[in-house]
Design a protein around this ligand. Structure first.
Ligand code: RIB
Length: 314
């Protein structure tokens, strides 16, 4: 039977300026390139799943403007069902991204239509939600709506992955109502007060998250790889070596890869490998969605590096 994936989250147009080095306060620099592309943590996760071949459904909100219209066309080109996209009278979400060449990025968000999505819009799609095997959420829609949605999904026994991004302080019910929580290093520090720089600090941060009610914790550690911690075990999966061009949406790609792996293979080690492979490949071209890989490419990278494996560091 085919598994059904649902993403409930943000849809943004990304305006990306590439710079040699990040601007300092008060400085003006000329960008080396500019591009406008489709992004948003929710939509990125949805597109990454679709490219892996998953049966994916998106629930989100766009504005009645040119960016919203362009995004709808993009979803249609990618054969993503747009029935769950709510159109509102305001601007589509924007992300103004400064991307440092071959390195990292900084993002300023303009929430726009993303914050107009509410629980009644989501519940209008209850028939589709009821068929979902797994749901992916983030924090670029109103966090109160994310929490209500997590509670609703838990009452229906649907597996949930919460990406606590962009990071804000969260009440315990966000953790208690999520099956998997996937902060990156900065988000881990905001949630716990501890920067997860090595195994010891990862353990301490995970302990704090467990005490807040987290069930399964994945700490995404960028080019190092990812840690997986629950009440029984602690694992580490190194990332795969690739030529990094732009890291935008690497975290979103990771979440899509993990959701796909855990749903299709029902095996944590295989899910972590899939997640790291999808995330690594997603960094090999500029922009959020352009380098998101097909399942063939993901498996090829895993096979090529069969010496890179999940390590038990309990
Ligand atoms: O995670 C990357 C995404 O964050 C970008 O696509 C941008 O839209 C911001 O939401």
């Amino acid at each position: 039977m085919t598994n059904n994936y649902i993403v409930i989250g943000s849809i943004n147009t990304d305006l990306i300026s590439t710079v040699k080095n990040f601007t300092k306060p008060g400085e003006t620099v000329t960008s080396t390139s500019f591009t406008k592309i489709h992004g948003g943590k929710g939509a990125n996760q949805c597109v990454a799943l679709k490219k892996l071949g998953a049966n994916t459904y998106m629930i989100g909100s766009i504005g009645n403007d040119i960016f919203g219209k362009e995004y709808l066309n993009e979803f249609r080109n990618l054969k993503i069902n747009t029935e769950g996209i709510h159109i509102v009278e305001c601007s589509t979400g924007l992300a103004i991204i400064e991307s440092e060449e071959n390195s990292s990025n900084r993002i300023i968000l303009v929430s726009g239509a993303n914050h107009e999505l509410n629980i009644s819009h989501i519940l209008k799609k209850e028939n589709i939600i009821n068929d979902a095997n797994i749901a992916l959420l983030q924090l670029e829609i109103d966090p109160k709506v994310t929490l209500e949605t997590l509670k609703m999904l838990k009452s229906k026994n649907i597996t949930t992955i919460l990406d606590p991004a962009p990071a804000i302080e969260l009440t315990n019910d966000f953790f208690e109502n999520s099956d998997f929580i996937t902060p990156n290093e900065t988000e881990t520090e905001i949630l716990t007060g501890i920067y997860p720089s090595d195994n010891d600090s990862v353990k301490k941060a995970a302990e704090i998250l467990k005490n807040k009610g987290a069930n399964n914790i994945i700490i995404k550690a960028g080019k190092k790889g990812a840690f997986y911690i629950n009440r029984k075990e602690m694992l580490f999966m190194p990332s795969y070596p690739v030529n990094v061009v732009d890291t935008t949406a690497a975290g979103d790609s990771f979440n899509a890869g993990f959701a796909f792996g855990i749903t299709e293979y029902k095996d944590i080690a295989r899910a972590l490998k899939t997640a790291c492979s999808v995330a690594s490949l997603s960094t090999t071209a500029l922009g959020a969605q352009s380098a998101m890989p097909s399942l063939d490419k993901v498996e090829e990278l895993i096979k090529k590096h069969d010496d890179i494996n999940v390590l038990d560091i309990s």
